[in-house]
Write a protein that binds this ligand. Structure first.
Ligand code: HGY
Ligand code: MN
Ligand code: MN
Length: 409
C-alpha cells in the first residue's frame, strides 16, 4: 500500500551535504552563481545522480535540465524541481532541497517497484537566483515562453560575461527547445526563507500565492570633485544620491506597510575613494508586493523621487528594468491536494504567501502549479546560516512524495 511509503531521509540529507560541498563557503553555505565553474560542477553532480537513477536526462537550449522517469502511459508528466544555482552567500537548502527531494521521491518509488501512470520529471532551471544575470527565474521564464531565447542568451552578467557564452563554456547549451515537457502539474518543494512557519511552530506551508517582483538598475551621473575644497552647495554627489534613494525606499516600505518590501542590495560608487565626491553610482532597487496595484504605486513613487532628486542635486538619473513579474496565484486543486496529503501524514500546516520568487511561479503559466514550504530556522536565507531541521526536510519530502504520487496516478 503506497500510503505507508516514506522517503529515506538519511539518503536525502547525505545528498544535500554532498551538493553543499560543491562551491562551499565559510559557515557551511554555497556559492554557485549561475553558469560559473561551481554551477557547472553542481550540475554535473546532479546529472550524474539522475543517470545513476536511470532517468532520461535532457538539457534544453537555455540549460534547464530534466530527468524523466517513464510512467505506465505516455501522457503529460507530473513535474517537480527547483534550482541548484545559488546567491554568493547561499545556504545549502535554497533550491537544492527541491531538486534533491524530487530525485529522492523517484528513488523511493523505484525501490518500491512503483510505476506511476504518468511519467515523472525532476527539473533544475537555469539562473533562478538572478544574482549574476537578470532577470531571476530566467531559465523557467524562457521555458514557459515569457522571455525570448535570444534575449536570454544576450543577458550580461554583473561581471560582464554574456549568458550564451557562459552556457557554451560550461557545456550546458542543450538542443532541446524550450517547453520540452508540458506538465500535467508542477509542484516545488522549497524552504520558506522567511520567519512565518518557524515562528508559528508549523511544519508545512501550502503556498497559495507569490508576490510581484520589480527589479531596476539605477544609474546616477554626478560630478567627481575634491571632498575637502568643494562647498556643499556646489556638489553633484552621486554617493549622496545613492544613499538618499536607499533611505527613501526604506521610508516608502514603512509608509505603505502591508506586504510592501523595498531593498537596495547593490551599490557601486565611482571612483569609490575616501577623498573624492562620487561622480557615478550604480545601485539596484528590489520592490515587491502581493498586490499588483500597490506594487505599481510603489514604482511610481520611486520614479517621482528620482526626478526630484536629480533636479535638486544637479545629477542625471536613469533606470534600466531588470525584472518585472506580477503576483501569482497558484492552482487551488494542487494546493488542496498538498493540504490533504499533509493532513493524512499528520503534519501541522498553514496556507501562506511566498515572499521569494520561484520557478513554480513561471510553471504556473503553463500548468496547474503550487509549492510546499518547510521552515527556515530564524527565517534566515541567502545566508550560509540558512538551516532547516532534518525532521522538517523529511516531512516536506514525504508530502512531496505523496502529492506527486497522487497527481501522477
Ligand atoms: O529573488 C528571489 O526572490 C529569488 O531568490 N530568486
Ligand atoms: Mn530558491
Ligand atoms: Mn534564492
Amino acid at each position: 500500500m503506497t500510503t505507508a511509503l516514506r522517503i529515506d531521509s538519511d539518503r536525502l540529507l547525505g545528498r544535500l551535504d554532498q551538493l553543499a560541498a560543491i562551491g562551499p563557503i565559510d559557515g557551511g553555505g554555497c556559492c554557485r552563481l549561475a553558469l560559473t565553474d561551481a554551477d557547472k560542477a553542481g550540475r554535473d553532480q546532479v546529472v550524474a545522480w539522475m543517470r545513476e537513477q536511470g532517468l532520461e536526462v535532457s538539457v534544453d537550449c537555455i540549460g534547464n535540465v530534466f530527468g524523466l522517469r517513464r510512467g505506465a502511459e505516455d501522457v503529460a508528466p507530473v513535474m517537480t524541481g527547483s534550482h541548484i544555482d545559488t546567491v554568493a552567500t547561499g545556504g545549502r537548502y535554497d533550491g537544492n532541497l527541491g531538486v534533491l527531494a524530487g530525485l529522492e521521491v523517484v528513488r523511493t518509488l523505484a525501490a518500491a517497484g512503483i510505476t506511476t501512470r504518468r511519467p515523472l520529471v525532476v527539473a533544475f532551471f537555469t539562473n533562478e537566483e538572478g544574482a549574476r544575470f537578470a532577470p531571476d527565474m530566467l531559465g523557467s521564464l524562457v521555458y514557459v515562453g515569457g522571455l525570448a531565447l535570444d534575449d536570454a542568451l544576450a543577458a550580461v552578467a554583473t561581471d560582464g560575461k554574456t549568458l550564451g557564452a557562459e552556457l557554451q563554456r560550461i557545456g550546458y547549451a542543450g538542443s532541446a527547445p524550450p517547453g520540452l515537457h508540458r506538465p500535467h502539474a508542477f509542484v516545488e518543494l522549497h524552504i520558506e526563507q522567511g520567519p512565518v512557519l518557524a515562528a508559528d511552530g508549523i511544519t508545512i506551508g501550502a503556498v497559495e500565492n507569490l508576490q510581484g517582483i520589480s527589479w531596476q538598475e539605477i544609474l546616477i551621473a554626478g560630478q567627481s570633485n575634491h571632498a575637502g575644497t568643494t562647498p556643499m552647495r556646489l556638489r553633484h554627489d552621486a554617493g549622496y544620491c545613492a544613499a538618499a534613494i536607499t533611505t527613501f525606499m526604506r521610508g516608502l516600505a514603512k509608509e505603505m506597510g502591508g506586504a510592501q518590501v523595498c531593498t537596495v542590495g547593490r551599490i557601486e560608487l565611482t571612483p569609490n575613494l575616501i577623498n573624492v565626491i562620487a561622480s557615478r553610482a550604480k545601485l539596484t532597487a528590489d520592490l515587491r508586493n502581493t498586490d499588483e496595484a500597490l506594487l505599481q504605486a510603489a514604482e511610481a513613487r520611486l520614479a517621482a523621487f528620482l526626478v526630484t532628486l536629480a533636479r535638486d542635486e544637479g545629477v542625471t538619473i536613469s533606470t534600466r528594468r531588470l525584472a518585472r513579474f506580477e503576483p501569482v496565484i497558484f492552482a487551488p486543486a494542487v494546493i488542496e491536494r498538498i493540504e490533504a496529503v499533509t493532513t493524512r501524514l499528520g503534519f501541522s500546516q498553514r496556507r501562506m504567501t511566498s515572499g521569494a520568487g520561484h520557478d513554480a511561479q513561471m510553471m504556473a503559466r503553463i500548468c496547474p502549479a503550487a509549492m510546499i514550504f518547510v521552515p527556515s530556522a530564524g527565517g534566515i536565507s541567502h545566508n550560509a546560516a540558512e538551516y532547516t531541521a532534518p525532521a522538517d526536510i523529511a516531512a516536506g519530502a514525504n508530502v512531496l512524495l505523496h502529492t506527486l504520487l497522487e497527481l501522477a496516478s
